[in-house]
Design a protein around this ligand. Structure first.
Ligand code: SF4
Length: 346
């Protein structure tokens, strides 16, 4: 299989088939660089050498009544996790300023729980209006669980750019991971987001026991519903969760997964999300030949690597930061300065 030839075909309007996507996941280690070369052909075509940086802020932690098997914030998990009620507007705004200082172009506000109440949404809207006024150009993404039309529209009116709601895994495998909501609930939420005019963001968690068929199914489902952004999480098997002790990913498998999502969703922002450090290990930089985006700093319930290491990685690859506030008004530039680690997220 010529992966670069396939990439050329896609650039010129073709599409990868299901069999080819399965072939990519099952390809030999000797083909790894060829697979990444093809993925990079697509990444370069749509995003050049730019890397989008995202920072997560946890606005409410723990005490969630859903039973997602991977999540330490579920009441069904016995993990030690910081529990806290919805933070105030000022805390959300201050964390956005810290995100800007860390050179992130997108600030992501995340709440634990099945859905946000109207009071929660109103507080987020108030904070978002302030962030938009105080930090021009900062893109805002929110992840608030299941959502209805009225709340989505209120968020769009307040200036929220993007709404994240991951489908996480395939329709077939979802009941093995969660029983308190269905795959259809998640698809419906993504459709609601789109109707409200918010940019849809929906991704996956890999390494939960799914098969290659599941990964390909969810990649093609995402291609059908068309999120602008696809975060790829690699399972962190947190103690106390149902998936604790599950270590089935290898660094090269993670690279093939990232490449497969790029081939199936060539023009989507593919983001390296939770678990990249643990599961990609020393091969992390190679993943940026398929992905064009990453979370900087810590995740919701786990620590990421020091921000300086991410910036160094981008610089060493010769890539540039997208929407970098420190180079506003200039063309993209290779990272030249170090930034401090930001104590946000959990
Ligand atoms: S992933 Fe979200 S919905 Fe599921 S248990 Fe965790 S906080 Fe709740």
């Amino acid at each position: 299989m010529s992966w670069n030839g396939l990439a050329e075909r896609i650039v010129h309007g073709g599409a990868i088939t299901r069999e080819e996507a399965l072939g990519l996941l099952g390809s030999d280690d000797d083909e790894l660089l060829a697979v990444l070369d093809g993925a990079f052909r697509l990444r370069r075509h749509y995003f050049g050498r730019r890397v989008r940086l995202n920072v997560i802020f946890s606005a409410r932690g723990g005490r969630c009544g859903e039973d997602c098997g991977y999540c330490s914030q579920s009441v069904f998990a016995s993990s030690e996790v910081e529990e806290f009620s919805m933070v105030d507007e000022q805390a959300i705004v201050e964390a956005a300023h810290a995100a800007r200082a860390s050179r992130a172009g997108t600030y992501c506000i995340v709440m634990s729980g099945r859905r946000a109440s109207r009071v929660d949404v109103d507080r987020i809207c108030g904070a978002v209006r302030r962030v938009k006024a105080e930090l021009p150009g900062m893109k805002i993404c929110v992840s608030l669980g299941l959502i209805d039309s009225a709340k989505s529209e209120a968020l769009a009116d307040a200036g929220v750019d993007r709404f994240n709601h991951n489908v996480n895994t395939s329709r077939r495998f979802t009941p093995q991971i969660v029983t308190t909501h269905q795959y259809e609930d998640r698809l419906r939420t993504v459709e609601t987001i789109k109707k409200a005019g918010l940019s849809p963001c929906s991704g996956v968690i890999c390494g939960m026991g799914e098969t290659d068929d599941d990964l390909v199914d969810v990649a093609f489902d995402l291609a059908r519903i068309g999120p602008d952004s696809i975060p790829i999480n690699f399972l962190i098997p947190v103690e106390g969760t149902r998936l604790a002790g599950l270590h089935e990913l290898t660094p090269v498998r993670c690279l093939r997964i990232a490449a497969m999502f790029r081939f199936v969703n060539p023009s989507a922002e593919i983001r390296l999300a939770g678990g990249r450090e643990l599961n990609l290990g020393s091969l992390q930089p190679l993943a940026l030949f398929a992905a064009n985006s990453l979370f900087l700093g810590d995740y919701l319930t786990s620590e990421g690597q020091a921000k300086e290491l991410d910036l160094q990685m981008i610089r060493d690859l010769g890539f540039t930061i997208e929407d970098d506030p420190s180079t506003a008004g200039e063309p993209d530039q290779v990272v030249k300065v170090h930034a401090d680690r930001m104590p946000v997220g959990s």
